[in-house]
Ligand binder design. Structure first.
Ligand code: ADP
Ligand code: MG
Length: 609
């Protein structure tokens, strides 16, 4: 078996780890200078590329060509991220459903940028082992959707790596602490990094992890602590020296670095000196942990609401949590630990370095996959439901949210229009009843269908999610058995926001959504019946007498009028009356297929044209 390493590809920092064969313990691999964390920053300079700490030093000098926080753009469309682009000094452009970053005359995609970080970690591991490394486990946030996971896999491929498994970060953290060995239990993973906060509630049962709920804040982390300190320093300097440093990028960077360094020292020390030499003067003072806590108290408290919401989503109380795991560099701040301890009423796990646990867990998973540990089963779940848009814009779910992966599902669909040769397939993700309220994942065409009356083609749609959470959708027209050409083209950006919000909205709008769905279904059914009755009347005119024809005609008019209203009950009644009025005609018509078509069918099984 070839070696597999684990990689935490973070928004702020990335790192690589492996399990030591002799001790069976996971270890982080350092670079030549002994650095364990690699800042996830890439700086483009002419033909050259800098990565990590060297790239970070370019942030002030080359803001337009130094790319950071690329994880926020992975697998996202322009619509998804345009709201946060103002935070980036580099130029982000829309590009065929994804985004690109423009560096001078060059354009790079987010996976290409991440690949540079991954390649650097690959080289680190190769230098450590003295052999080529090709296989990796890479972690992603639990709320990452399929496009974001796919983009992460793409980054691996570009870096010359085979991503054998995409692993959820909270699951990795729980693995690092060996919590898969719990016979049964619930684990809360509190992850406060540089710019993001994630809370995940996991259930462990017989070695299997299931994500019960996730919540968080995509713009809250240690960077906000730094900014709070910088604002305070700016005020102090304005008061004491009469100098406003905010328009000076170099001075601001000095302040940021000094603020972060002081914050880090205050995680272990009660007080620390803060000295910043500027051109005109040197600023110097002491800052205490109390000062820091005063500055960041509200920020820390704002992480507690998402925790409570995640607990509520999981249907649990704080006391139901068996283990709490701290993840992310910012959980080294004593105030953060205190608050988490208070909320859950138990001491959180913090024996391992919080900014390393995800990579360590990825290494454990890699070790399991490489065959190092065989008596363990590891599974993840789908964060959101996956389905197909059907007639009237209704979603037909094939794989519900929280389904353990790998998994597959198949369902039969048909057409809504006579002679339809091309069927548009729209793959969506989300918890709402209507496709327009879900996230659009991909559209593709099933073409080359033989022209048939509506309702005749048998279209089998198969969803397949592999162990990495990557979704494959295929559609086949079974009646003709003809090889249909299918083209999957991902499109992004129907809905902004994350899993939590989508789940939350599905509760908020549950009633209205169901109403809307029922109305559309009633209309779809009415449309189907109208089409078939019209056809039956044309074909079977000679079979029935004038009186019966008139009865059917009257029922048809009534149904058309009902169809135009918003009254679901009325439409249903008119449809039933229509069916009754045509019973005799249907019997007379020998064509079994037409008979079947006249019988009411489930409208949600008809694909959107
Ligand atoms: P991410 O998961 O976002 O890539 P990390 O988990 O590496 O990031 O966390 C980075 C953040 O942790 C930074 O804001 C950094 O300042 C902060 N951090 C690291 N060490 C400490 C410390 N000892 N005390 C307080 N904050 C720290
Ligand atoms: Mg992280």
């Amino acid at each position: 078996m070839s070696r597999i390493v684990g990689i935490d590809l973070g928004t702020t920092n990335s790192l690589v780890a492996y399990v030591d064969d002799k001790t069976g313990q996971p270890r982080v691999i350092s670079d030549r200078d002994g650095q364990r964390l690699l800042p996830s920053i890439v700086s483009f300079a002419g033909e050259g590329v800098l990565v990590g700490a060297a790239a970070r030093r370019q942030l002030v000098r080359r803001p337009q060509s130094t790319v950071y926080s690329i994880k926020r753009l992975m697998g996202r469309g322009y619509e998804d991220v345009k709201g946060e682009l103002r935070y980036f000094p580099f130029k982000v452009l829309p590009s065929e459903g994804i985004v690109k970053i423009q560096i001078g005359s060059r354009e790079v995609t987010p996976p290409e940028v991440s690949a540079i970080v991954l390649r650097s970690l690959k080289e680190r591991a190769e230098a450590h082992f003295g052999e080529p490394i090709e296989k990796v486990v890479v972690t992603v946030p639990a709320y990452f959707d399929d496009s974001q996971r796919q983009a992460t896999k793409d980054a691996g491929r570009i870096a010359g790596l085979d991503v054998v498994r995409i692993l959820n970060e909270p699951t990795a953290a729980a693995l690092a602490y060996g919590l898969q060995r719990l016979h049964e239990g619930v684990v809360a993973v509190y992850d406060l990094g540089g710019g993001t906060f994630d809370i995940s509630i996991l259930r462990v049962k017989d070695g299997v992890f299931e994500v019960l709920a996730t919540n968080g804040n995509t713009h809250l982390g240690g960077d906000d602590f730094d900014r709070a300190i910088v604002r305070w320093l700016l005020d102090e300097i304005r008061g004491g020296h009469g100098a406003d440093l905010s328009p000076d990028p170099e001075a601001m960077q000095e302040l940021r670095l000094a603020a972060e360094a002081a914050k880090v020292r205050l995680s272990t020390d009660e007080r620390t000196p803060l000295t910043i030499p500027f051109d005109a003067f040197t600023y110097s003072r002491e800052i205490t942990r109390g000062d820091l806590e005063g500055l960041i108290g509200q920020l820390v408290d704002s992480t507690l609401l998402p925790c409570r919401m995640a607990l509520a989503d999981a249907g649990l109380a704080p006391a139901d949590i068996d283990e709490v795991v701290l993840v992310g560099g910012s959980t080294r701040v004593p105030l953060v630990r205190r608050r988490v301890h208070e909320l859950f009423g138990k001491t959180p796990h913090s024996q391992l370095n919080p900014d390393e646990v995800v990579a360590l867990g990825a290494a454990v998973q890699a070790h399991i996959l490489a065959g190092g540990i065989t008596n363990m089963l590891l599974l993840d779940v789908t964060p959101l439901s996956l389905g197909i848009e059907t007639l009237g814009g209704i979603v037909s779910v094939l794989i519900p949210r929280n389904t353990t992966i790998p998994t597959n599902a198949r369902e039969m669909f048909t057409t809504s229009v006579d002679g339809q040769r091309v069927v548009d397939m729209h793959v969506v993700q989300g918890e709402r009843e209507l496709a327009k309220d879900c996230r659009s994942l991909a559209r593709f065409e099933l073409s080359g269908v033989d022209p048939m009356p509506a309702g005749m083609p048998k279209i089998e749609v198969v969803f397949l999610i592999d162990a990495n959470g990557i979704l494959q959708v295929t559609a086949t027209e079974l009646r003709t058995g003809k090889a249909a050409a299918i083209e999957v083209r991902p499109t992004y950006g129907l809905a902004e926001g994350d899993v939590d919000r989508m789940v939350e909205e599905s509760f908020t709008y549950a009633e209205a959504d169901v109403e809307a769905r029922l109305l559309i279904e009633a209309r779809n059914e009415a449309d189907t019946v109208i089409t078939h009755v019209e056809r039956a009347l044309r074909q079977g005119e000679a079979l029935v007498g004038a009186e019966e024809q008139q009865t059917i005609g009257a029922a048809l008019d009534a149904l058309r009028r009902a169809r135009a209203t918003e009254d679901r009950e009325l439409i249903r009644e008119a449809t039933t009356a229509m069916n009754r009025a045509t019973e005799h005609l249907a019997e007379l018509m020998m064509d079994a297929a037409l008979k079947a078509a006249l019988a009411s069918r489930r409208a949600d099984q008809v694909l959107e044209k």
